[in-house]
Design a protein around this ligand. Structure first.
Ligand SMILES: Nc1ncnc2c1ncn2[C@@H]1O[C@H](COP(=O)(O)OP(=O)(O)OP(=O)(O)O)[C@@H](O)[C@H]1O
Ligand SMILES: [Mg+2]
Length: 451
């Protein structure tokens, strides 16, 4: 008689170590998304209490992107990240899942816990926050959100400073949306995009016949923003002669329309923005000191994207998620080369540039991996990132010199705009022309983009 043999059993003490030897630390998840077993190293990483059988996966393994990440992990087959807190340091772990099915029946998933990398941030830095359309994990940004909440409850003038594409207009919108004035209008005007005479009548209005073409009275932004908020964008570019008039309006709470005589009362809260340090503009004699003090009762400073590099990849992922809503391509992950390039790029156009780069890469590339070759051409021609303290606009030589010395054809204008991530100040700098000139040429070329 042959000796009786042990029947193969799933309960064998060999099963979990074998699974781990094959696949590394692993969790087995049932169809209800609950932990059934965890291999020894998975228990060590996540804590054996956290992975007790029956624990929902969402609790056992909190993901950086929360429920959206869980959905992507289990149903879109995408690799996601999970923060791992050990000894006060934050590690990030790459997580993937394989679906287990029998015919059409879903049995569950194998969740594979991948390599860990240490992040620079401390525990407090790691939590993500979305504030009125602005996403961040950066501690400085979160501090700024708290100040925005406080100052929104007051009537103080706020001056938002930050490079192009850092979210100045989003901050202005947030200030209005939280304030008592939220039921009133929010109006924005870009002081750099209009020639001085037009800017004056756009701001303060005009009466019929004030100048050629003034066929009827026009209220102007101050009156249109009555009982609301007026956002004076690029206020540092406002011509000196208008600065005096603006100061008068802010002090008297009345406007005199161009060509008019009677002052009209206005009730407006001012939020201004600039990419230039106003103090330097004052020192250079281009900006009135009294107006600067009047505008920047509360100064807010938005950090550039390269000063918060931890936000780059998660923001890129969020922009891809948005693109996937309307497109057919599903991007599961970035190639290591693409990650490196994105993380080390100088980002002169900041978050707006990142969004545009992701759109480009999403359209140009194919398949589940976003490769470095999918990124726009400037990523393959390395150039030194701008010095952190000095915005890119100060670099003098134009990057798109015109052959005729003066005019640029519409294709060159559009190329510069695309390269600048849609930012006109930056595009004008690249072309070596003023923003007003760029604006005129774009208008002549029939471009109807952002203000
Ligand atoms: N923290 C953020 N999270 C998500 N999206 C952001 C964030 N910051 C900026 N963006 C994106 O970048 C775009 C540009 O932001 P915004 O217009 O507020 O920048 P800005 O500082 O006013 O730029 P500019 O100086 O060029 O006018 C926004 O429309 C938004 O898509
Ligand atoms: Mg803006």
């Amino acid at each position: 008689m042959p000796a009786s043999r042990a029947t193969p059993s799933a309960d064998s003490p060999l099963v979990l170590p074998a699974l781990e030897a094959l696949a590394g630390p692993v969790l087995l998840i049932d169809a209800q998304q609950r932990v059934t077993v965890a291999t020894p190293e998975a228990q060590a990483r996540l804590g054996s209490a956290a992975v007790r059988p029956g624990t929902p996966l969402a609790e056992a393994l909190p993901l950086t992107e929360g429920t959206r990440g869980l959905e992507a992990l289990l149903f879109q087959g995408r690799q996601v990240e999970a923060p791992l807190h050990t000894g006060g340091r934050v590690h990030v772990m790459q997580v993937r899942a394989l679906a287990l099915s029998q015919g059409a029946r879903r049995l569950g998933w194998v969740v594979l816990l991948g390599a860990e990398t240490e992040t620079e941030g401390s525990e407090e830095n790691d939590a993500e926050e979305t504030f009125h359309g602005m996403w961040t994990r950066d501690a400085g940004m979160k501090r700024l959100f708290r100040i925005v909440e406080k100052v929104a409850r007051t009537e103080s003038s706020v001056l938002v400073r930050g490079e192009s594409g850092t979210g100045k207009e989003l901050v202005a919108n947030a200030l209005h949306a939280i304030s008592e004035r939220r039921k009133g209008p929010f109006r924005a005007i870009n002081c750099a995009a209009l020639p001085p005479s037009l800017l004056e009548s756009e701001l303060f209005g005009h009466v019929r016949g004030a100048f050629t073409g003034a066929v009827r009275d026009s209220p102007g932004h101050f009156r249109l923003a009555d009982k609301g908020t007026l956002f004076l964008d690029e206020v540092g570019d406002m011509p000196l002669e208008l600065q005096g008039k603006l100061l008068r309006v802010l002090e008297t709470h009345t406007v005199i329309p161009v060509g008019g005589r009677a002052p009209v009362p206005v009730n407006v809260r001012i939020v201004a923005a600039t990419h230039r340090p106003l103090r330097r503009e004052v020192e250079a004699g281009r900006f009135r000191a009294d107006l600067m003090y009047r505008l920047r009762v509360v100064p807010l400073f938005l950090p550039s994207l390269r000063e918060r590099r931890g936000d780059i990849l998660p923001l890129a992922r969020r922009f891809l998620d948005e693109l996937e809503q309307s497109g057919t391509r599903r991007v599961e992950r970035f190639s290591p080369g693409a990650r490196r390039l994105l993380e080390s790029h100088g980002w002169p156009g900041n978050v707006r540039e990142l969004r545009n780069v992701m759109e480009y890469a999403y359209v140009i590339g194919e398949g589940p991996v976003l490769h470095e070759a999918d990124l726009p051409p400037e990523f393959s021609e390395p150039r030194p990132p701008p010095a952190p303290s000095e915005p890119a606009r100060r670099t003098p030589p134009p990057e798109f010199p015109s052959s005729a010395g003066e005019d640029h054809d519409p294709a060159t204008l559009r190329a510069a705009l695309a390269r600048a991530g849609g930012n006109r100040t930056e595009a004008a700098r690249m072309l070596g022309i003023s923003r007003v000139t760029l604006w005129r040429r774009l208008r002549a070329a029939g471009n109807t983009g952002k203000r």
